[in-house]
Design a protein around this ligand. Structure first.
Ligand SMILES: [Cu+2]
Length: 185
């Protein structure tokens, strides 16, 4: 879903934010554990149970788009009954020019937004961002507690069936389909 946002990160317009916050509330409303459900663990903010340190090699799907490598592509299995979850991946740009991830789509989700976490007034909140920059020679990790894909209207049966094809579109490189593993990130 694309909305005309200003270049700088900014909060969503109020009406949209209400819907978004409702959809994202387990992660959007810290402090951790506030609701007693999967809570902040849903975004890995604070309540992970021992596996929170990123291993040297993160499992997940991968793809190559020109000089852009996509690795560790994974979607967190949505906790019971929910239709919102997050996706993570690592982008490595070995080229000489910058690129930007501008959108993501999948048949397994009604919509996918690009999100960032921000700290505001002691709370961790999520906000939609218009793009994710991948500088020349740089690596950007979308991971719990940081940048991520936010999947809305996910279809649990599709996720349960295994790797989920997601089309990532880059400003320079264009679209590429990546099979996202459905695993705890
Ligand atoms: Cu989010």
């Amino acid at each position: 879903m694309t909305r005309p946002l200003a270049p700088a990160l900014r909060l969503l317009a109020a009406s949209t934010a209400l819907a978004l916050i409702a959809a994202c509330s387990p992660a959007a409303e810290t402090p951790a554990g506030q609701h007693g459900d999967h809570g902040a663990a849903g975004h890995g903010a604070a309540a992970d149970t021992g596996a929170s340190q990123a291993p040297a090699v993160v499992p997940g799907g991968s793809a190559q788009l020109g000089t852009l490598a996509i690795t560790a592509a994974r979607i967190r299995p949505p906790p019971g009954g929910r239709d919102v979850t997050a996706g993570y991946l690592t982008l490595t740009n070995t080229g000489t020019g910058p690129d930007r991830l501008v959108s993501a789509t999948s048949a397994a989700a009604a919509s996918i937004e690009l999100h960032a976490h921000i700290h505001e007034g002691g709370m961790m909140k999520m906000e939609q961002v218009p793009a994710i920059d991948v500088p020349a020679g740089g690596t950007v990790a979308l991971e719990p507690g940081g940048l991520h894909l936010m999947l809305f209207g996910v279809k649990p049966d599709v996720l349960a069936a295994g790797p989920v094809p997601v089309t990532l579109t880059f400003e320079q490189g264009g679209p590429v389909e990546v099979a996202f593993s459905v695993i705890e990130p």
